[in-house]
Design a protein around this ligand. Structure first.
Ligand code: PGA
Length: 247
């Protein structure tokens, strides 16, 4: 039985004051799942300190594929570990679409995280155009294949995968539980072709307009093992309600 995992992706949101308020209202929450908060780089020390002693772990939203060195503006995985961060989102669709991250770069970042002992949450997902063209499973399989070329299923099982249809992110348009389950099952089948036992242990999260009102039916699907939550994670009470739906 896979323990559910619910991760907050704050994206480029937050402030010292707002973060302090968030962690203050999170204190005392006892979610029935693993919980991770992925904050912007500059706030990781603050949020990490605020989450200490709570049931949520700290995550980042990106990392460099490189070891520390002359890479202006980048943040190394070593630095994330140094400040107590254990999770990192890799290959979010906003990074793929807006910052040119290719399947190959995403794969290198996932491998880098794994090599350092960080747990990656590797994101995959199709655009609306790709879905309408009937290419969803091919697109997701290609994204996952690139990652599997550099990392084993066993290694990925230490972190998580996230299926996030691009057309459902921040749009208010959620994939139906059946649409999401279909893709999650295909992802697990692809993992199982590499390592059946590790595939059964791998948590596959759904992301895209998850809210307290729809989390329960999504999380009830057999291959949906939690969620990656954007907009609704900015309010601690809503994030806690989504975590509660993992029960
Ligand atoms: P959303 O974002 O919940 O705001 O749709 C999810 C994500 O992009 O991780």
């Amino acid at each position: 039985m896979r323990r559910k995992l619910v991760a907050a992706n704050w994206k480029m949101n937050g402030s010292s004051a707002a973060n302090a308020q968030w962690v203050a209202s999170w204190r005392g929450v006892a979610p029935p799942c693993d919980a991770v908060v992925c904050a912007p780089f500059v706030y990781l020390p603050q949020v990490g300190a605020g989450l200490a002693g709570t049931s949520a772990q700290l995550g980042a939203q990106n990392l460099s594929e490189q070891a520390p060195g002359a890479y202006t503006g980048e943040v190394a995985g070593e630095m994330l570990l140094d400040i107590g961060c254990h999770w990192v989102i890799v290959g979010h669709s906003e990074r793929r679409a807006l910052y040119g991250e290719t399947n190959e770069l995403v794969a290198r970042k996932a491998a880098r995280a794994i090599a350092l002992g960080l747990k990656p949450i590797v994101c995959v997902g199709e655009t609306l155009e790709e879905r309408d063209a009937g290419r969803t499973l091919d697109v997701v399989a290609a994204q996952l294949s690139a990652v599997l070329a550099l990392s084993s299923v066993e290694q990925l099982a230490g972190g998580a995968l996230a299926y996030e249809p691009v057309w459902a992110i921040g749009t208010g348009r959620t994939a139906t539980p059946a649409q999401a389950q279909d893709v999650h099952a295909a992802i697990r089948a692809q993992l199982a072709r590499g390592d059946a036992a590790a595939a059964q242990r791998t948590r596959i999260l759904y992301g895209g307009s998850v809210k307290p009102g729809n989390a329960g039916e999504l999380f009830a699907q057999p291959d949906i093992d939690g969620g990656l939550i954007g907009g609704a994670s900015l309010v601690a009470a809503d994030f806690a309600a989504i975590c509660a739906a993992a029960a």
